[in-house]
Design a protein around this ligand. Structure first.
Ligand code: MN
Length: 499
């Protein structure tokens, strides 16, 4: 039997939010009167485990007789899981959820995994048989004491009879898509969230985690650091929709993520994981504990998702704001994020469909610019160019706006090379030679640029214009053959940036 003084002795009640005991001593589960309620805590302590607690009476006082179950109660009949009998917990512990602060016994997150009523079917020395009627666990379980190890009483937990209703079919896993619209808006019938600039990924979580790309390719091995997110869910099983994101200075960077996407070899993945760790940002819930949720309204799915995820470096839930899309749009613009997504209240999850119930609004802007030079590439791009140097005309001539190094497909990079050679020019086309200046907050000073005859016009995307008229976070979209270089005016771009 656990030591009678255990509960108090392990805890400093002034330093933990856990409730004080209402009685002393531990009951003998072979003879104590059974109560009605049970619960299972999910305890994210140093190692994740579950705690089964059964209400029993200590004299007249209800207490929770407790077992720590490292893997949780078994979900399949015939496969026993270890359960270690620990100290009785006060009855009030049954409603406890939250954080046990660092430095305390059991420090970490505590969540109620399940609760409900139970019926004691058999009770003798070293053996309990019970029927659990919880929200997640329903069935007949047996607990058998099998011995002591290091003063800890070991039991085995068996599922004897699974009484859960038959599960729903898993819905189609093709992600729902959003329709692009121009302007942010406010609306009573809408919720808004940031648009996460990453890779859309469905996570199938049960006894393990499986990650599927938008085309339903298994990409689990590509992102080992989020390969265990099922452990962060208060669920027997769930299917999540979300985005794999790589952050740079607190903002998702698709550019950084790109170097992770196509890695195949385990060694390459491991190396890249250290340099560029990713996070899973969950924003929808398609299936939970055997029930399909795709017909439920978005607000209900969001609510369930919020209560399901125990945030960690590997997973978090996308924040949502009600009604005020314009304010969110301003705030993501200030953070240099890509845009926002609006979702209509009451709308179901339409697998594989592009609907107007989800609208995406980008805060990035377009500019037409003249290509006046290029920089040598590095790394994978050492055989081609690193960035195109672009500008626009004012009365002073062609003014440099920045270096555009992203947004090019492999094919385009290969195709541009001969063009850059043909257009080579010895003279700098810009009003002021920018050699030696810094072109953006992350780039080095411009060294050894190659100049071009300024005849190419490109459309680029950018987030904003800096105080020194540099494009922030520019990305290439396309070349334009329908616009003259002289018509690319700085004034137009300034007007766009202000809008
Ligand atoms: Mn515990």
């Amino acid at each position: 039997m656990p030591d009678a003084r255990d509960y108090l002795e392990k805890r400093s009640l002034e330093r933990t939010p856990e409730p004080p005991p209402a009685t002393s001593g531990n009951v003998n589960p072979a003879v104590a009167a059974a109560g009605r309620t049970f619960m299972v805590h999910q305890h994210h302590a140093r190692s994740l485990h579950f705690d089964l607690r059964l209400e029993m009476l200590n004299g007249d006082t209800p207490v929770l007789v407790s077992w720590a179950v490292p893997k949780g109660l078994p979900g399949k009949a015939g496969k026993p899981h270890l359960a270690i009998h620990v100290e009785d917990h006060p009855f009030d512990y049954g409603s406890f959820e939250g954080t046990i602060p660092a430095g305390n016994y059991g420090a970490g997150q505590v969540r109620i995994f399940d609760s409900g009523t139970y019926e004691m079917l058999e009770q003798e020395d070293g053996k309990l048989s019970l029927r659990l009627a919880g929200n997640r666990l329903r069935g007949v379980y047996h607990l058998h004491r099998t011995g002591d190890q290091g003063g800890k009483e070991q039991w085995l937990a068996f599922l004897r009879k699974d009484e859960r209703p038959a599960p729903d079919d898993v819905p189609s896993l093709d992600p729902m898509l959003a329709t692009l619209v121009e302007e942010a808006f406010d609306g009573e019938e809408w919720i808004f969230e940031p648009k996460w600039d990453g890779v859309r990924t469905i996570a199938i979580c049960g006894g393990d985690t499986r990650l599927l790309s938008r085309r339903l390719r298994d990409v689990t091995a590509t992102y080992p650091e989020i390969g265990d997110i099922h452990r962060q869910l208060v669920a027997l099983g769930a299917v999540l929709d979300g985005e794999v994101v790589a952050f740079q200075e607190g903002v998702p960077s698709f550019e950084r993520l790109q170097s992770r996407i196509n890695l195949q070899k385990a060694h390459d993945v491991k190396e890249a994981m250290k340099a560029i760790p990713v996070t899973y940002i969950a924003f929808d819930l398609l299936y939970l504990d055997g029930r399909s949720l795709v017909a439920e309204p978005i607000e209900r799915r969001k609510e369930l998702l919020d209560s399901l995820v125990v945030p960690s470096p590997a997973i978090s839930v996308s924040p949502v704001v009600a009604k005020e899309g314009r304010a969110l749009s301003e705030s993501v613009r200030a953070k240099n994020m890509e845009g926002i997504v609006a979702k209509r209240l009451g709308s179901p999850y339409r697998s594989g469909r592009r609907s107007r119930e989800w609208l995406k609004i980008k805060v990035v802007k377009d500019a037409d610019v003249v290509v006046g030079g290029w920089t040598s590439g590095e790394g994978a791009r050492s055989a081609s160019f690193g960035a195109l140097l672009v500008g626009a005309y004012s009365e002073r001539g062609l003014e440099l706006l920045g270096a555009v190094g992203t947004g090019f497909s492999q094919q385009l990079i290969a195709e541009i090379q001969p063009l850059l050679r043909d257009l080579a020019d010895e003279d700098c086309p810009f009003a002021e030679d920018p050699t030696g200046t810094r072109l953006g907050s992350f780039s080095k000073a411009l060294r050894d640029p190659h100049w071009l005859d300024p005849v190419l016009v490109a459309r680029v995307q950018f987030r904003e214009l800096t105080s020194t008229n540099r494009l922030r976070a520019p990305a290439f979209k396309s070349f334009r053959t329908d616009k003259e270089p002289k018509d690319c005016s700085l004034e137009d771009i300034l007007a766009t940036a202000r809008s």
